[in-house]
Design a binder for this molecule. Structure first.
Ligand code: ATP
Ligand code: MG
Length: 295
């Protein structure tokens, strides 16, 4: 499959044993801004999925719906078979143990050391004794090459180290799935390579499913088993990195080439497309999708 529109995506064993994440008819709007428009897709276990798309297209919004941090307007998300938006808090808490998240900002607490930050989710979700927690924390920090920095505070370490500490925290509870929101943003190429290798190692050696939001092209081609491109509330591409490379879809081509001209950047065309897709409900002067043209 190369560059297929979302409507023709294969129904890859929804609710089957291989599914890590099953999403059905997911819609999220902010006021009259339809950010996610009836998304249906399945992600399988043990693969690296990259979600890409212009700035403001809704990648972080999608992530927040997937992890149950926000309530969608419509649709269902199940992770490991558990409903992420169950009204039963115990069910949601159980589901939350199945995944870790590396947020866009790494989101470490400044008043705690690196080790204390990594220990937090273990303390919150288990009754393990402190000595066991210390051992788990040390293991995770060694795994991401941060053993020597465990007693440092977040403001004492570099951006790349913060990302690695955030990753250690994300995997503290041995999750089946890790979500990464722009893990490479602001890092130098070597550090991006280090993070990419960590993502691939976690997937290949530990069987973790990785969902990585990024528009770092070298990373995408290095790590992705599959790429999904989000645009105007829908997936306009789903396929392998090689299929992405060969895609003739004008949206994909413009994004890959970083062309300032093209469908993503043409305000009139975009307005028409948006009006057609959203049934004229697009808010006048809403430049959030257009914002992607500047990225
Ligand atoms: N809490 C909110 N309230 C209102 N609008 C929001 C909210 N969160 C996001 N949005 C809007 O939803 C759209 C998608 O935002 P989102 O942060 O998901 O984009 P993104 O693809 O992650 O962008 P970036 O690549 O810049 O991180 C934008 O138009 C944004 O302004
Ligand atoms: Mg974002």
């Amino acid at each position: 499959m190369s560059g297929s529109p979302q409507t023709s995506l294969p129904a890859t064993g929804a609710d089957s044993g291989d599914a890590a994440i099953v999403v059905r008819n997911l819609t999220k709007t902010y006021d009259d801004n339809i950010v996610l428009n009836d998304l249906t897709f399945t992600l399988e276990r043990g693969k690296v999925y990259v979600v890409m798309g212009p700035s403001g297209c809704g990648k972080s919004t999608l992530l927040r719906q997937l992890i149950g941090a926000e309530t969608p307007d419509a649709g269902h998300v199940t992770i490991g078979g558990v409903d992420m938006h169950s009204p039963d808090r115990k069910v949601r808490d159980e589901a939350r143990r199945k995944f870790g998240v590396l947020f866009q900002s790494a989101a470490l607490l400044n008043g705690l050391t690196v080790a204390e930050n990594v220990a937090l989710p273990i303390q919150r979700h288990t009754d393990l004794p402190q000595s066991t927690i210390d051992l788990m924390v040390r293991l995770k920090l060694e795994l991401v090459g941060m053993g020597a920095a465990s007693d440092k505070y977040p403001y004492e370490i570099s951006g790349g180290m913060k990302k690695r500490a955030g990753l250690a925290r994300a995997i503290a509870l041995d999750p089946a799935i890790v979500f990464y929101d722009e893990p490479s943003a602001g890092l130098d190429p070597v550090m991006i390579g280090v993070i990419d290798k960590l993502i691939m190692d976690l997937t290949n050696k530990l069987g973790i499913t990785s969902v990585v939001i990024t528009h770092e092209m070298p990373s995408i081609f290095r790590i992705a088993d599959e790429v999904l491109m989000l645009y105007n509330g829908r997936f306009v591409f789903r396929g392998t990195a090689e299929q992405l490379r060969r895609s003739s879809d004008p949206l994909v081509r413009q994004f890959l080439n970083g062309d300032p001209e093209g469908p993503i950047n043409a305000p009139r065309q975009l307005a028409e497309l948006s009006d057609r897709l959203l049934g004229g409900s697009r808010r006048a002067g809403n430049g959030d999708v257009l914002k992607g043209a500047d990225a």
